[in-house]
Design a protein around this ligand. Structure first.
Ligand SMILES: [Zn+2]
Length: 212
């Protein structure tokens, strides 16, 4: 009886994920770290979020009517949603090597790709199609297909975040536990700047991970 081929799917996944330097937000193992523990895409979202939050506060300080704030509020909501989206990707796809290899996960992921490119879900209720794979092969398959969905999500993060009917208060309350809070960061930045130019230049020289 011929020997069964050695299943290298889990080994390959561990090579990719374990010990890799990943972006603190999106956790994509194949994206280079750009600054402060974040890839270029996430870092630019973080800078935009800080900037929009500062603009919102400045506008709020001089605003006499609620309507004056609409534009600043909208821009801030979009930036918050983009930041949440990037961090959601990290939670969803950041530990695929530890996943349970469920067929339903593959059905949903293939369905997402199918809807985006074909505008039709060819995999709805087709989880059984993936039963012929072992759990480790399903994990690896999930990794492969997630590369396409993550790329799509990253490219469309802004347009997916623009349409919104929630208030700023609800969007801020709806942020996931443990995700980046711009209001805390801006307060920390102010404290750091108030310590004087020497402290500021030291801080710029060695930015703490995830806190730039
Ligand atoms: Zn990232």
């Amino acid at each position: 009886m011929p020997a069964k081929p050695h299943d290298r799917a889990d080994e390959r996944l561990k090579d990719i994920f374990v010990g890799a330097s990943v972006c603190a937000w999106c956790k994509e193992p194949y994206r280079a770290i750009h600054c402060a523990g974040l890839c270029r895409s996430c870092y630019s979202i973080k800078l935009e979020l800080r900037s929009k939050y500062a603009s919102y506060l400045a506008r709020q300080a001089v605003s006499k009517h609620r309507d004056d704030l609409w534009s600043a509020e909208h821009d801030l909501i979009v930036a918050i949603k983009m930041a949440e989206s990037a961090q959601t990707d990290g939670r969803t796809y950041g530990n695929l090597h530890e996943g349970d290899g469920r067929t339903i996960s593959l059905e949903l992921e293939f369905g997402f790709i199918s809807r985006r490119w074909l505008h039709k879900d060819l995999f709805n209720h087709r989880a059984y199609l993936f039963e012929c794979f072992t759990p480790s092969q399903r994990r690896y398959l999930m990794y492969l297909v997630s590369r396409m969905s993550l790329e799509y999500r990253r490219r469309n993060r802004r347009s997916d975040s623009v349409y919104n009917t929630d208030s700023l208060e609800d969007v801020m309350k709806g942020r996931a536990w443990g995700t980046y809070r711009v209001e805390d960061d801006v307060r920390a930045l102010k404290r750091r700047n108030n310590r004087g130019p020497q402290a500021s230049s030291r801080s710029r020289a060695q930015p703490p991970v995830g806190q730039v």
